[in-house]
Design a protein around this ligand. Structure first.
Ligand code: GDP
Length: 504
């Protein structure tokens, strides 16, 4: 993956480890696989505390056969329950992970979430590996899975296609080393790079309340370096990099690209999925922060999804059958504007761990079906203002979620984006009025319309287009692909490369 700064500083680039996400249908063994890899490949140093769940971990594996003799290489696994990161990819088409592992249970088949995962992976264009899991089971039928995949257009290497496929058992560990080797091989082919001199940027994976030390978050560094003394900004949340730890809770002085790090001391809870930037001084950070009124989540390619409300949902039921039924029924209540993100769906009572998981995302709901909630779960839920609702009839749960969706539906579409333009030059820069030259990237620029001004993903502020010029003469609008001049009313300090979002 290459970010802007990577392109700008090609000569300074150094390799970075791959970030891997495990996807697949529920119960096909994602958690078991991640647990197996974590347990067998993470060496905890003696100083490290008890492994805490921070949503990601790093392992070290031998270099691939092609690079024998090289030292070990690292792999970062996203270990996020509900795969927050990948649901972000689905929503925003952003590349968070570099490689995906698609788990399909050998005793089951290609299911809804398998297909959803395939679509998400293909949309982002990241390379992926099929892991046919539960190969230890008597009724495992890997060839049936391969056939189903090929019917979906996925041609595996063994059958003359391009997609690597490995048979594994996440339970016994069989085939897992081969899978990791394959990840390694793909990573080498991808030639992932980072600019170690850049200030770290990346995204927020999870946030939580550290009982003793305040608001903490796991960040994944995508590019650059994070050092103690820097300052982090993620939307409105900011933190000094004073307590910097790796995923094991061990203190670090600095951390580089692809590393999951835990930062403690945020002023407010940073939302998972949001981008973060880091600054070498508090002053730099403060100016940026005051400019940020709204932050766009990662790369917002899908305009339709942009205003979607997401309700994180945990489902606990008395049996696997009812879990499945509930997921299926509740999902039907989704609307164009509100969708449910199932972060966990499992049989069993509602536990403290469920409440903890729910506390990781804002506005989460826990729905129970014929189960109880432990008193610790209730306490935690109350503290984090998480709703726990328990039902004993499915349609009641359905009705309730419909109401909740209705309540959370944004009342009206306020604005319609009619175009996007890039600023090329600033001709005149007065306090409230600016004359700029630019080019229309998408749609059109129209006199009299309002604009939002962005610097990368940060919203700097708004303004109004007072006048538009094309080939030096005044005009109503300038279409896509054309250059223009414009008189803007805005207080924002504009700079070349800023983008204008024009809306009515
Ligand atoms: P997830 O929903 O995809 O995270 O699935 P889980 O990891 O929770 O696995 C669902 C069930 O399948 C659990 O009961 C696991 O113990 C079981 N399971 C996962 N992997 C294997 C495997 O390789 N072999 C067998 N026999 N069972 C497995």
């Amino acid at each position: 993956m290459s970010t802007k700064s990577e392109k700008q500083n090609k000569e300074n680039l150094t390799p970075r480890p791959p970030i891997v996400v495990v996807m697949g249908h529920i119960d096909h063994g994602k958690t078991t696989l991640l647990d197996y890899i974590r347990k067998t490949k993470v060496t905890e140093s003696e100083t490290g505390g008890i492994t805490q769940h921070v949503g990601a971990y790093e392992i070290e594996v031998p270099a691939s056969p092609a690079n024998r003799g090289e030292k070990n290489t690292k792999i970062t696994f996203l270990d996020t329950p509900g795969h927050e990161a990948f649901s972000q990819i689905r929503k925003h088409g952003a590349k968070i992970a570099d490689i995906a592992v698609l788990v399909v249970a050998a005793d089951d088949g290609v299911k809804t979430q398998t297909e959803e995962s395939i679509q998400a992976i293909q949309k982002t264009g990241i390379p992926y590996i099929i892991a046919i899991n539960k190969i230890d089971k008597e009724n495992a039928a890997p060839d049936k899975i391969k056939k189903e995949l090929s019917e979906k257009g996925i041609q595996i290497e063994e059958w003359g296609g391009k997609i690597p496929c490995v048979n594994i058992s996440a339970k016994t560990g069989n085939g897992v080393n081969e899978l990791l080797e394959m990840v390694n091989l793909i990573a080498e082919l991808e030639d992932l790079k980072t600019d170690p001199n850049a200030n770290a940027s990346g995204y927020v994976l999870e946030s939580y309340l550290d009982k003793k030390r305040g608001i903490a978050a796991t960040l994944i560094i995508q590019n650059g370096k994070l050092k103690k003394g820097m300052r982090i900004v993620a939307k409105n949340a900011t933190a000094p990099v004073r307590i910097l730890e790796n995923f094991l809770g061990e203190p670090l002085k600095e951390a580089g690209a692809s590393s999951p790090v835990k930062i403690t001391g945020f002023n407010e809870t940073p939302e998972s999925g949001f981008k973060f930037e880091s600054f070498s001084s508090k002053k730099d950070a403060e100016t940026t922060k005051t400019q940020i009124q709204r932050h766009r989540v990662l790369v917002d390619k899908d305009e339709n999804d942009k205003n979607k409300v997401i309700i994180p949902l945990l489902i606990k039921a008395d049996a696997k059958g009812s879990v499945d039924a509930l997921v299926q029924q509740l999902k039907k209540a989704e609307t164009k504007k509100v969708c449910l993100k199932i972060v966990r769906a499992k049989a069993g009572d509602i536990t403290e761990d469920d409440a903890k998981l729910a506390s990781g995302s804002e506005n989460s709901i826990i729905i129970g079906f014929n189960v109880n909630a432990s008193s610790n779960a209730k306490m935690l839920a109350e503290r984090f203002e998480i709703q726990i609702k328990i039902f004993n009839i499915i349609y009641k749960a359905e009705d309730w979620i419909k109401e909740e969706i209705e309540k959370r539906t944004p009342k009206e579409e306020k604005e319609e984006i009619i175009g996007k333009a890039g600023i090329i030059k600033i001709f005149r820069d007065e306090k409230n009025k600016k004359i700029i030259g630019g080019e229309v990237k998408i749609g059109k620029i129209t006199a009299g319309k309002k604009v939002k001004i962005y610097r990368r993903e940060f919203l700097l502020g708004g303004g109004e287009i007072l006048e538009v010029r094309h080939n030096k003469s005044k005009t109503e609008e300038v279409p896509e692909g054309q250059q223009f001049g414009a008189l803007l009313q805005t207080k924002v300090n504009l700079a070349p490369k800023d983008t204008l979002e024009i809306y009515s």
